[in-house]
Design a protein around this ligand. Sequence first.
Ligand code: FES
Length: 238
Amino acid sequence: MQRRDFLKTCAVSATLVAGGVVFLNDARAADLSVTMYKKALLVDGMGRPLWFDTITPDVPFMFNYPFAATPNFLLFLDLPVKPMDYTTSEGSKYKAPGGIGKGKNLVAYSAICPHQWSYPTKDFTVVNYYGKKDQGCSQGVQLIKCCAHLSIFDTKICGKKIDGPAENHMAMIVLEADEAKKEIYAVGVAGKNQYTEFFDLNKQELRKEYGSSANAKAEVEKASVIRLEKYSKNIIKC
Ligand code: FES
């Protein structure tokens, strides 16, 4: 179903490639495991490589990765997001990678809630980003909140759970940016792996939407990035 490698060693956080600088999340520079999947280029709605200067700040964008049916938020924040050392509910330690780019402020999070796997569908989403203009969260702004059972995660501190019943932080997507090519890639996932539960729980819906389980589980090589309001018809906030 999936090709996974475990990255245990590391690299420096900025590597020269073909004359340009490749910015890596700092997870790639740490001696901690990150689950690596097929590298996927992030592209806009026209199929052009996405670059920092084309991403609207503080607006939730969506892309599916590492599988065709697994959604993530892409967020361009106004402050650097530092890497964090976290531990899953099962006791596995991992490095949440923080932001990439010159400002270390481009981050991506799984949009599958780690409590009971609510996620944004084409029809609606109760898992949402609450930006700086949002007054919907008494706990602050730049948060991801799941209205299914009110778990809240802070996008400024690597998806840390700050309230609610979820036992894990939001998983982060490991990103890379190639300065020479002006391309951004998703390359892996840091945090509790929840894809088995997600696919088991949503088997029927995903088969209906993607034609088969195999299609839903196909690894992504090019990920289209679109605004949340185009990804989900109804954005339900709480
Ligand atoms: S499914 Fe998100 S809080 Fe329960």
